[in-house]
Write a protein that binds this ligand. Structure first.
Ligand code: FPP
Length: 250
């Protein structure tokens, strides 16, 4: 259930990012696309560090969509290798800073080596109470909703849940994001203005910030700028501006 809006919001509890523009960043420099992804990992580190330093409790990054499997095989292979490398090198930092790693998406479709390192990193960090860093891997919002619906339908068929007991909260508890607050702010880089199957259920009342900056160029100052834009928004959750505490229109 969405809470009632009031004055401009403080820092978001949950920021989600559609990291876009790696390929174009590389093309602009005459480099292969994978070089853009490599530089994208640097931006992942910079933004994660900034979010943690600011005390933002949840950061979710769309790293690989279910649709991305359709990209050329060498690109997919490089992305999986970068992911493995990232997870392998990041564990000491995650532990030092109390960060918990989570993953959302159709995990069984990931290569075994990636699943293994994901599972090791998630177990090693599951007791951490600092920021939760969630990676969207093999993720698609419609697919997530269908998997949740299927699980509930199976429970109903088995007689363990009554159809009328399926509320919004029960449904949300079957999504990959179970237990996490909905994103307050969704950032998309690279000038594309679309949602691309990301957190469809969870973003019902999210604020969006779109920036032309390509993901490998997105760093702390761009992140702070997006947060600043968010704090200037007035969230209304379907109420009137007056009800939600917005300043009167001039
Ligand atoms: C979109 O840019 C980006 C991706 C499909 C991959 C994002 C991956 C990373 C930032 C690196 C790996 C991530 C982690 C967490 C280690 P695009 O390739 O669609 O760019 P384009 O639209 O310019 O072609």
């Amino acid at each position: 259930m969405a809470s009632t809006g009031s004055a401009p919001p403080a820092l978001p509890r949950h920021v989600a990012v559609i990291m876009d523009g790696n390929g174009r960043w590389a093309a602009l420099r005459g480099l292969p696309r994978v070089e853009g992804h490599r530089m994208g990992v640097r931006a992942v580190r910079a933004v994660s560090e900034c979010a943690r330093e600011l005390g933002i409790p949840y950061l979710t990054l769309y790293a690989f969509s279910l649709e991305n499997w359709g990209r050329p095989e060498p690109e997919v292979r490089t992305l999986m290798a970068l992911l493995q490398e990232f997870l392998g090198s990041e564990l000491p930092d995650l532990l030092r800073h109390g960060i918990r790693l989570r993953v959302i998406g159709e995990i069984p479709s990931l290569p075994l080596a990636v699943r293994q390192i994901l599972s090791r990193t998630m177990s090693a960090t599951e007791g951490n109470a600092g920021m939760t860093l969630t990676l969207g891997l093999s993720y698609a919002g419609r697919n997530e909703i269908v998997r949740a619906a299927r699980a509930l339908a199976a429970d109903a068929a088995a007689g363990t849940i009554r159809p009328e007991a399926v509320t919004e909260d029960v449904f949300a508890s079957r999504l990959d994001t179970a237990g996490m607050p909905d994103p307050d702010l969704v950032i998309r880089t690279s000038g594309e203005i679309r949602v691309s199957n990301f957190l469809l259920w969870q973003s019902a009342y999210a604020e969006y910030v779109f920036t032309d900056v390509l993901w490998p160029d997105f760093g702390k100052s761009e992140f702070l700028q997006a947060l600043e834009e968010y704090t200037r928004r007035h969230r209304r959750y379907g109420l009137t501006g007056e009800q939600a505490g917005a300043p009167p229109a001039k």
